[in-house]
Design a binder for this molecule. Structure first.
Ligand code: LLP
Length: 419
């Protein structure tokens, strides 16, 4: 039997291995959670999200009076998460009418919602205007033209203009969004005309500029370079510097702290555009990724050239390994450690459906519960029903209590849209 290990920082805050060597999250035994709620399941430690929200707010308020932390809700769009973060004073950004509907249902004050999108439909803009969102982040000229048409006479909608600063941070190319040839925002050569048109319009008020250079960023220097690139565009009351702070997926990952990330951004604004500007930040992943572990049950163990440990989920509940070569840790929930080198694979009909390559587990066998940490960001969000998979429930845990906030999908749900 492998020696018990200390938990790494990829697990939700407050997690521990109990005296029997079982993982507890939010005071709940994960084997009991698997028994009660089934597998696969997303288990979310409420207190972890709250602590990270507070860390952002405290880091900002230590440095400036004029800031807003906005949850990039695409990372974990379910009403319970919107509600929890709003309770912590965090507004949100939404990237579609669907996310806007979720945010409103989650009780977020519309004035604290920022509406995004690089291909907004007219109906989506009309919905955002009717809901009274705080600002609309204009991505292209067509957004402006539609707004001029849609904003009622006598009203002005606050907007931000999204600029592509031509800066590419070090990250996977699929999640780099501010480089010199991107589909997002106005590039630097087209930005002046957009700013001029927006400033001349009766329909909108220009609140400031926005950029979002990418996601899972481990080196924060490019935020400064991106802001420097905007200085030629004039002075604006507010700067939204997007999100992007990277997180630890594996024990040896060492992302910048929330404090260092916030300090770098606030310092950049103070030093480059000067004090007296509002700073807005849009973290998604860094607020929610590490709050969650996914529980799976092992269905079969196959010894080929390599050993394949097949679980009851896969690319239907976590697309990140397949889309971005994302690497995760995995353990058996009641036998951490161990020396059986194996691949934790999903149940889907594709060889690429591999959740964790080269995991070291303790003699895995059918019926074991596997725990995969750091699945809170873009897991539930990108879940799908491939192979008729039933999307997992989201279970909030806190102080030893567990409650389902999104139930598991059913076969009836799979047919609900068939006519
Ligand atoms: N703001 C805007 C305008 C964004 O597009 C995004 C993410 C964020 C903020 C938040 O970025 P974060 O803090 O989460 O890095 N599905 C991919 C990530 C796509 C990110 C898209 N935009 C993944 O699983 O890695």
């Amino acid at each position: 039997m492998a020696a018990a290990q200390q938990l790494s920082h990829v697990y939700p805050l407050g997690s521990r291995l109990n005296d029997s060597g079982r993982l507890e999250v939010g005071g709940c035994d994960t084997l009991e959670l698997a028994r009660e709620f089934g597998t696969p399941a997303f288990i979310v430690a409420e207190d972890d999200i709250r602590a990270r929200a507070r860390a952002f707010s405290e880091a900002f308020s230590a440095r400036t009076d004029d800031f807003e932390v906005v949850f990039a809700s695409k990372a974990f769009p379910c009403t319970a998460v919107y509600r929890l973060l709003f309770e912590e004073g965090i507004g949100c950004d939404v990237a579609s009418g669907g996310e806007l509907a979720l945010a409103l249902a989650g009780g977020v004050d519309p004035a604290r919602i920022h509406f995004h999108g690089n291909a907004k439909r007219r109906e989506e803009l009309a919905f955002a205007l009717e809901a009274g969102v705080g600002d609309i982040v204009v991505d292209n000229m067509r957004d402006l033209i539609l707004l001029e048409d849609l904003v009622p006479e006598g009203r002005r909608q606050k907007i931000f203009l999204r600029i592509a600063p031509g800066v590419s941070p070090e990250t996977h190319p699929a999640i780099s969004t501010g480089g010199p040839n991107t589909k997002f925002g106005f590039d630097l050569s087209h930005a002046p005309a957009a700013i001029e048109r927006a400033r001349a319009s009766d329909a909108v008020d220009v609140g400031g500029l926005h950029f979002h250079i990418g996601s899972q960023i481990m080196d924060i220097a490019p935020f400064r370079t991106a802001l420097e690139a905007l200085t030629g565009l004039g002075d604006f009351p507010a700067y939204n510097l997007g999100g992007g702070l990277g997180v630890a997926y594996r024990a040896h990952d060492d992302p910048p702290s929330i404090e260092d990330y916030v300090a770098a951004k606030v310092d950049a604004v103070n030093e480059i555009v000067g004090p007296g500007h509002r700073v807005i930040d849009e973290p998604g992943r860094a607020l929610v990724a590490n709050s969650c572990v996914t529980l799976y049950e092992v269905q079969s163990v196959k010894r080929n050239v390599d050993t394949y440990v097949a679980v009851d989920g896969g690319m239907s509940d976590n697309l990140r390994p397949m889309l971005y070569d994302a690497r995760y840790d995995a353990q058996i929930a009641d036998r951490f450690g161990g020396g059986t080198r194996c691949h934790v694979v999903g149940k889907h009909c594709e060889s690429g459906d591999i959740l964790v390559r080269d995991a070291d587990l303790d003699d895995p066998r059918a019926g074991d519960i596997i725990v995969m940490p750091a699945t809170g960001a873009y897991g539930h969000a990108m879940a799908n029903t491939y192979n008729g998979a039933l999307r997992p429930p989201v279970v909030f845990v806190k102080d030893g209590d567990a409650r389902v906030v999104v139930r598991r999908e059913t076969h009836e749900d799979l047919m609900a849209r068939d006519v």
